[in-house]
Design a protein around this ligand. Structure first.
Ligand SMILES: *[C@@H]1O[C@H](CO)[C@@H](O)[C@H](O)[C@H]1NC(C)=O
Ligand SMILES: *[C@@H]1O[C@H](CO)[C@@H](O)[C@H](O)[C@H]1NC(C)=O
Length: 645
């Protein structure tokens, strides 16, 4: 009896001690990220993609920002609200997001959109061999079934969605400040830009960064348009594109802010922002449709595959992007969805919130029911793509090769609602399913959904995924290794995976720990809980003055001198005078990098030295660290982890 009492006291003490450790770690990391000396935010309060400027991965410069960084910021602030009881930061982050990365129209174009003909078909480019490809007229496209209800619900033609990329410090000098078009290098504020434009073969190293609002002031005779579209009539125009996983993550953050504020009796403090998240979710439905609103399923041959009526064009999965644009001076506008979906973008918790939580149901007539359909479809998708080992493979597409092509035999026997398995969805350099991070990013959301609802389909996928990852984590003396690269074999229902490279990356390790924590909190799986804590403690050893990070060797920086495809006889200029012409390279289009404090490291490598080493502080990764530690703090508090041994 006495020993039992003693055991209970030790147990309680251990738990309280554990809580405060993880809570302190969350606060310590949060404070580092908000310390102006550490450089996470611009003078407009915009989070940079990374503290470091010399950074090329998906963004081509560290002081750009992405909708991804914004979505992590809202989530970070939601958790700060839970831990401190102060939700002001969450509302402020959303406000900043709305101000700077949700575009307003660059000019009044009037209502020229024709929802029965949302866009004109053009092949995705098999760049550069068949480049540029002309638009093809006469290819059937479907109708946009949500436009009318969005206009009548919100009383505006504007799309309430994030553009994916901002040049925060206006280094390219386009000066596309919110609501403005090409104000130039003198403009003091964040500037909308785009990079990727040429289809799946294009790596960041081959991009030609371009303005989102093209008044032909920069670039060539037709601005940047004739680099990307083989049209004959060039019209001054603006266009934006959305990375739907980020908007979904912001919705997910709002769900947590709402839930946690409720727990603190403070729901009224966040209700205005939560309503905005429902609106974001309403427009995010564009991600659920085929690119040209064609019918979903066995859509082979651009001329053969019919356009969809009503919701026939909805695959209900969160696809890779959607985009919208218009002529600068009126006349026409367009919207497209995307027929290709990667498992890594799915977010069942956001879909659940938008269909089952009253405060977050979109106001439009069919918004909530579309998200209910999406929720069910996403759960089915994970199971369909699950490998024999447990990791989730690639994705599916309604448009083979981005041009409604004929898929190979090996993917035509077992389709997903008539969509084809795509082992490398959307982009190929590097392969989109190689990076391990997609696994915990997406499975964390599935685990959160499971934690909230106890859904059995989610549980079945997670049981298998968790046993896979537990077998692939390596621990040695308090150090850890998580997978970094994955390789895939065969097709569903018999897909296989192997881990081909490992690392101690703090971001993916933290996302893994958080997935395991949510899973353990619901299932009671002690092994998952203990491994989560081991990862969190391992990650925490990698303190830097600015956050938590490990040094990495960046092999890809050998590509700074790589040639970028520019057609012969094409010549144009960036606002700073950098010349765009045949023979241009990544660095020749970005002379500003030569003034970067870290440039000498890259230059030495280009001159034959070793690959450079960097200790990066990416906003998403630093947020993942904080969010994983914080999750453990309050699920221990709620005793969801069960007793501590
Ligand atoms: C809440 O946090 C904000 C910053 O996010 C701060 O300005 C404000 O003073 C805080 N309010 C309280 C009551 O602590
Ligand atoms: C399917 O077949 C194509 C064409 O033969 C081949 O290139 C591809 O690697 C196969 N895919 C898988 C996952 O085995």
């Amino acid at each position: 009896m006495k020993s039992l009492v003693f055991a209970i006291v030790v147990c309680l003490f251990g738990q309280l001690h554990g809580d405060s450790v993880y809570k302190q770690r969350f606060l310590q990391q949060y404070n580092k990220m908000h310390d102006p000396a550490n450089g996470y935010f611009s003078k407009w309060g915009i989070p940079y993609h990374s503290v470091e400027t010399l950074m090329v991965e998906a963004p081509d410069y560290g002081h750009e920002t992405t909708s991804e960084a914004y979505s992590y910021w809202t989530w970070l602030e939601a958790m700060y609200g839970k831990i401190s009881g102060n939700f002001t930061g969450f509302n402020a982050a959303w406000q900043n997001m709305e101000q700077y990365i949700i575009p307003v129209h660059a000019s009044q174009t009037g209502n020229n959109y024709q929802p029965w003909k949302p866009a004109t078909y053009s092949d995705e480019l098999d760049w550069p061999s068949e480049y540029p490809s002309p638009m093809q007229f006469g290819v059937p496209v479907g109708q946009d079934p949500i436009y009318q209800e969005l206009v009548s619900t919100y009383g505006s033609d504007d799309v309430y969605s994030m553009h994916w990329l901002l040049d925060v410090d206006n280094v390219y000098g386009f000066g596309n400040l919110p609501g403005s078009c090409e104000l130039g290098p003198q403009a003091d504020g964040p500037s909308y830009i785009n990079t990727f434009q040429r289809g799946p073969q294009e790596s960041v190293w081959r991009t030609i960064p371009q303005t989102t609002c093209d008044s032909f002031k920069y670039g060539g005779q037709h601005g940047f348009l004739d680099l990307f579209v083989g049209d004959n009539s060039y019209t001054q125009q603006w266009k934006y594109s959305n990375a739907p996983d980020a908007d979904a993550r912001a919705v997910q953050a709002a769900f947590w802010a709402y839930t946690w504020a409720n727990e603190e009796g403070k729901s009224s403090e966040v209700s205005a922002t939560v309503a905005k998240s429902a609106k974001l979710g309403d427009f995010l439905r564009y991600a659920l449709f085929d690119k040209y609103f064609k019918k979903i399923g066995n859509c082979v041959g651009p001329y053969n595959c019919a356009g969809g009526q009503g919701k026939e064009s909805a695959h209900y999965l969160i696809s890779w992007y959607f985009a919208w644009g218009a002529a600068l001076w009126g006349g026409w506008s367009w919207r497209i969805g995307d027929g290709a979906a990667h498992f890594g973008y799915q977010n069942p918790l956001a879909a659940y919130a938008l269909s089952n939580v009253d405060a977050m149901k979109p106001k439009s007539a069919t918004g909530a029911s579309d998200w209910q359909a999406s929720l069910e479809r996403q759960l089915e998708f994970y199971a369909w793509l699950q490998s024999a080992e447990g990791a989730i493979a690639g994705g599916a597409t309604n448009t083979w090769n981005g041009r409604y092509g004929t898929p190979p035999d090996n993917v035509t026997h077992n389709t997903f609602h008539g969509m084809f398995y795509d082992w490398e969805p959307v982009y190929h350099d590097p392969a989109s399913n190689r990076w391990y991070g997609m696994q915990p990013w997406s499975l964390d959301r599935l685990a959160q959904y499971y934690y909230v609802t106890g859904n059995q389909k989610a549980e079945a996928v997670l049981d298998k995924w968790v046993s896979w990852i537990l077998s692939e984590l390596k621990f040695d003396n308090g150090n850890y290794q998580v997978p970094e690269w994955l390789e895939w074999f065969r097709v569903p229902p018999e897909v296989h995976v192997t881990v081909t490279r490992r690392s101690s990356d703090v971001g993916t390790a933290s996302a893994t720990a958080r997935t395991l924590s949510y899973y353990a909190a619901k299932s009671g799986n002690k092994n998952a809980k203990n491994r989560a804590k081991q990862l969190l403690d391992g990650v925490w050893k990698h303190q830097t003055t600015k956050g938590v990070s490990v040094e990495e060797v960046v092999d890809s920086y050998s590509r700074f001198n790589e040639e970028v495809y520019v057609p012969y006889n094409w010549k144009g200029y960036y606002p700073n005078g950098d010349v765009i012409e045949h023979g241009a390279t990544f660095i020749s289009l970005r002379s500003f990098y030569k003034k970067d404090p870290d440039w000498s490291k890259v230059e030495a490598h280009l001159n034959g030295g070793e690959a450079p080493k960097f200790t990066y502080h990416r906003f998403w990764s630093q947020s993942d660290v904080a969010l994983a530690q914080g999750t453990t703090a309050f699920y221990s508090m709620n005793n969801d982890f069960g007793s501590v041994d």
